[in-house]
Design a protein around this ligand. Structure first.
Ligand SMILES: [Zn+2]
Length: 329
C-alpha cells in the first residue's frame, strides 16, 4: 500500500479529538505546543520527545507503561515520528504519522534514525498504516517545509552510488524503482530551477517525499534515496544540532564532488531555498564541513562513492566546493 492510499486529508486537531481508542501520541514539544493545547481527548496518552528521548536502548525500560495502547501516533518532524514508529514496532501495534512539517521523508518510511551510545543509527521500524495530511496547517510551516526538498534531491547522489554499486559490487538495479526515482528527482529539479521564489508547494513536497518513502519500503532499504549524502549528514548531525535537510544538502554537494560531477545546479537550488543563510544560526563553519568530509568512512552494507575514493587525495576539490558554498552566504 503506497503513501497515496494511506493518506487521510483532515484537520489534525479534529481527527485526534475524535479518536475513540486508547492511543499513545508521541509529539515534538518544541514544534507542537500549538496543537497540543487544543487536544481535549482523554483517550490520548501524550508523551513529548524531550521526555522519551532519542536513545533507543532506553525504550525497553519504558515499554511496559504503554502496553495497553493499541495504536501509536507520531506527530512532528522526523524525530517524533522516528521514535513513534520504533515504539509501535516494539509494541507490535499499528501506527500513523502526523507530519506537521514536511522537512524530511520520515512520515512515509519504515526506517528511523535514533541514537545508540550517542551515535545516530538507522533502525527498522513499523510501516505507517495512515498518514494524516493537514494541508492548511502545513502551509503555515513554510521555512521548515523547504528543508524537505533535500531528502528528495539526495537521490541525485544516491542513484549514482547505486549505479556504481551495480557495476562494482554486484548489486542489481531494480528498473521500475530506478525509473520512478529518476522521474521524481528530475521533476523536483525542474520545478526548483524554473519557479520564481515561491517554493512552499505542499502537494509537490508531500507527493515526492511520499514516493521516496514508498521506494524505501518497497526495496527494504533506502538505496534509491540515500547514499553518501546521508553518511555525511549522520556524521554532521552527531557533531552539531542541525536540521536534517541542511546536513543532507551539504552531504549532496560533497558527494557530487567526490563523484566528480558538476555541483552548479544543486549549489544554486540550495541557495534559492535559503539553506546557506541558516548556517550561522546552526554554527556551520567551513572547518566543521571539512572535518566531517575528511573523516568520512564507507558504511557497511551501503556501497557508495566512499568505497572508491581516497579522501585525502580529494581535499582540494572538497575545499573548493566548500568555498563555493560560502561565497553565496
Ligand atoms: Zn533523509
Amino acid at each position: 500500500m503506497g503513501y497515496v492510499n494511506k493518506t487521510i486529508e483532515c484537520d489534525i486537531v479534529k481527527y485526534l479529538n475524535a479518536e475513540t481508542r486508547k492511543v499513545l501520541l508521541i509529539f515534538d514539544d518544541v514544534l507542537q505546543s500549538d496543537i497540543m493545547c487544543k487536544l481535549t481527548n482523554s483517550k490520548i496518552i501524550s508523551t513529548p520527545i524531550s521526555e522519551i528521548g532519542k536513545n533507543y536502548n532506553a525504550y525497553i525500560n519504558i515499554i511496559d507503561i504503554y502496553q495497553d495502547c493499541k495504536y501509536v501516533y507520531g506527530m512532528g518532524g522526523g524525530a517524533a515520528i522516528d521514535i513513534a514508529k520504533y515504539i509501535a514496532k516494539m509494541l507490535d501495534v499499528p501506527y500513523a504519522t502526523v507530519p506537521t512539517v514536511l522537512s524530511n521523508n520520515s512520515f512515509a518510511t519504515n526506517k528511523g534514525v535514533l541514537l545508540k551510545d550517542g551515535t545516530e543509527v538507522t533502525v527498522d521500524c513499523a510501516e505507517p498504516d495512515k498518514i494524516l495530511l493537514d494541508k492548511e496547517y502545513l502551509a503555515t510551516k513554510a521555512q521548515y517545509n523547504l528543508l524537505g526538498y533535500a531528502d528528495i534531491l539526495a537521490m541525485e547522489t544516491a542513484l549514482y552510488d547505486w549505479q556504481i554499486a551495480c557495476k562494482n559490487n554486484n548489486e542489481v538495479i531494480n528498473k521500475p524503482a530506478l525509473e520512478l526515482a529518476t522521474k521524481t528527482l528530475n521533476l523536483t529539479i525542474e520545478y526548483l530551477s524554473n519557479t520564481a521564489n515561491q517554493f512552499n508547494n505542499i502537494d509537490l513536497l508531500y507527493n515526492n517525499l511520499g514516493v521516496t518513502g514508498d521506494l524505501t519500503i518497497a526495496m527494504g532499504c533506502s538505496r534509491a534515496c540515500s547514499g553518501v549524502s546521508h553518511i555525511f549528514a549522520k556524521k554532521l548531525e552527531t557533531l552539531i544540532s542541525v536540521p536534517h535537510g541542511i546536513a543532507v544538502a551539504i552531504g549532496i554537494l560533497i558527494g557530487l564532488t567526490l563523484q566528480k560531477r558538476d555541483i552548479t545546479t544543486l549549489l544554486n537550488i540550495f541557495n534559492r531555498l535559503g539553506y546557506y543563510k541558516m548556517f550561522p544560526k546552526f554554527k556551520i563553519t567551513k572547518e566543521i564541513i571539512l572535518d566531517v568530509a575528511r573523516n568520512l568512512q564507507p558504511r557497511i552494507n551501503r556501497y557508495t562513492i566512499l568505497n572508491e575514493v581516497n579522501i585525502s587525495d580529494r581535499i582540494d576539490e572538497i575545499k573548493s566546493t566548500i568555498q563555493k558554498i560560502f561565497d553565496l552566504i
